[in-house]
Design a protein around this ligand. Sequence first.
Ligand code: CP
Length: 328
Amino acid sequence: MKHLLSAADLSRDDAIDVLDEAQRFEQALAGREVRKLPTLRGRTVMTVFYENSTRTRVSFEVAAKWMSADAINVSASSSSVNKGESLRDTAKTLRALGADALVVRHPASGAAAQIARWTNDGSDVLSIPGQSGPSIVNAGDGMHEHPTQALLDAYTIRQRLGGLDGRRVLIVGDILHSRVARSNALLLSTLGAEVVLVAPPTLLPTGVDTWPVRVATDLDSELPGADAVMMLRVQAERMNGGFFPSSREYSVRYGLSDLRMAMLPEHAVMLHPGPMLRGMEVGFDVADTPQATVLEQVRNGVHVRMAVLFRLIAGAEDAAPAHHTAIE
Ligand code: CP
């Protein structure tokens, strides 16, 4: 695997390999005061974010540092992007500065894939025969995909429920604007889960009939049969000032209240990718209940992103045990 641009890049075996690798990293670091592995010593990971982020950007940086890579955060707001530099020139500049991996978030769908082409097409003077450009990780491209979020969600469900095969996962809310929903629909179905999208018709994308999912509009009738329910943030910033149904109506029909939590089976878990709007898509206290996995998802994100960076930069075949042995 050279890049991770879409959840569709992952076969079932690839996805399970990444989750297993993440588990090995989690076990290697469990209970250690010094969280440092030699895995990517001498390698350089750059994060380039053109949209806001807390979880994804920081967890990639932590993941790189825990594997001894040099982790460099390029903030679009304080870079030469603000002087008008193009995405292509910025990407090629970061390649010239020695990036082994570029972790990219951008508001345009397909931006990460485009950067992968620009930095790996062998067309610039820095190209060395037999040596390719940096690995590109899509850390969210517009309303399109967020594959590492789907991997950490799958990891969290597997950890809580023991597996994904045959599990029913509801993805609830603003599917239309959600890159998390698309990546999860693809990955969870690849891993054998039954995915049900629950949303008002106005917040479903065109073409959803081609996704490997079932679509429903009535949340209350779906909750009793769910093994996991993933609540999505309502993405007002992508709605040009308003949406239908109104926020009040949305919260009443699709918000996960205490009463609705009680409709879930006892074993079921509640996920949210964050950031959460408490009082909107989830009740104020719902995310703090034992069934909620919100902070586990954040923590698991570090191990999953370690696994992704490791497999992209070091290669799947380079699985020497030393990579999972902590530095004392
Ligand atoms: N889930 C997620 O992508 O969160 P951030 O926007 O904080 O990275």
